[in-house]
Design a protein around this ligand. Structure first.
Ligand code: HPA
Ligand SMILES: [Zn+2]
Length: 333
């Protein structure tokens, strides 16, 4: 469907490339690579997607990633994503990948990155899309493992824009990764961290104070803490909010009570993204469309979300100005 929500130019800032593995591709790659998955059909895969919390999702998400083995697999996964993103009005994407999910299965770091980088070249050529790659540390593993991952990334550092922090949040506070985030910053990488998705507002504060992040992924739970909200607004800190994910993982009861407009009204630089769209039933335009309908967002509020996505991106001043001009031209029609 091409409508206002898919046409408006936007940046995707919160997307796990492993979370774009559609059931059809999971089954096809399982066959291509002779990797057994615990599902007999595409329908069985889909039927398994009934999550009760973050961990129940992560268990299936990591199991599904087992079909990704060859450079070509990572290429095909990302190329399919970029085609969908282009159709959704994404002109700039900063995508997460989870190296440890693959290196722990014996897949070399270089295989993953080479596949993703060749798909990125294709997205530039086919869609004129610009793409940044963000290496995300798995927080359920220890900091030493994250340091080993940073070492493996050394030959590729100029191809990465930043690092992130994802996986099981509760019990794995940001401070656990203080040293590896400092080391990542010293290598010129930008920093983001998932915080306040399931974890408390204090994890958001820790991501700011201890990790010194440039961007917060999710951040919803900041709303429990008015002083923190005021600070995030004052610092113009971007929060990459994922409405369909929030509902699928039961962090928000339903879209009808999603706080996206509360966040905007509080002066927060909130943006809307898709997280793991193959698992949560909707890419970025569908996230815009669904939350706008459920919350009755005005056209102006939707434009603010798109503008915030560019303001929160890791773009040069020149590239940012170009995207904002493109958005303004779109709004003027
Ligand atoms: O929503 C998420 N939260 C934490 N880790 C993740 N890894 C993929 N998606 C997510
Ligand atoms: Zn996420």
């Amino acid at each position: 469907m091409t409508d206002f929500f898919s046409a408006i130019p936007k940046a995707e800032l919160h997307l796990h490339i492993e979370g774009t593995l559609e059931p059809e591709m999971m089954v096809a790659l399982g066959q291509r690579n002779r990797v057994a998955i615990p599902f007999a059909s595409v329908e069985e895969v889909r039927a398994a997607y009934r999550f009760t919390d973050l961990q129940s999702f992560l268990d299936i998400y990591y199991a599904g990633a087992a079909v990704l083995r060859e450079e070509e697999d990572f290429h095909d996964l990302a190329a399919a994503y970029f085609d969908r993103a282009a159709a959704d009005g994404v002109v700039h994407a900063e995508i997460f990948f989870d190296p440890q999910t693959h290196t722990h299965r014996g897949i070399p770091f270089a295989v993953v990155v080479r596949g993703l980088l060749s798909a990125i070249e294709g997205a530039k050529a086919r869609h004129g899309m610009t793409v940044g790659l963000i290496m995300s540390y798995l927080r359920h593993l220890d900091e030493e493992d994250a340091f080993a991952t940073l070492d493996q990334a050394e030959p590729w550092l100029d191809r990465l824009v930043g690092v992130g922090l994802d996986s099981s949040e509760l019990g794995n506070p940001p401070a656990k990764f203080a040293r590896v985030f400092a080391a990542s910053r010293e290598r010129g990488l930008r920093l983001c961290a998932h915080a306040g998705e399931e974890g408390p507002a204090d994890y958001v504060r820790e991501a700011l104070d201890v990790l010194r992040v440039d961007r917060i992924d999710h951040g919803n739970r900041c709303l429990d803490d008015p002083l923190l909200v005021a600070r995030l607004a004052r610092e113009a800190m971007t929060l990459t909010v994922c409405p369909l994910s929030n509902v699928a993982l039961r962090n928000v009861a339903s879209l009808d009570v999603h706080p996206i407009d509360r966040m905007l009204n509080a002066g927060l630089r909130a943006t809307v993204h898709s997280d793991d769209p193959a698992y949560f039933d909707g890419y970025v335009a569908e996230n815009y469309r669904a939350v706008a309908a459920a919350r009755g967002l005005s056209r102006e509020q939707v434009v603010t979300l798109a503008r915030n996505s560019f303001l929160g991106a890791f773009l040069s001043d020149e590239a940012l100005a170009g995207h904002l001009a493109q958005l303004d031209a779109f709004v003027r029609g």
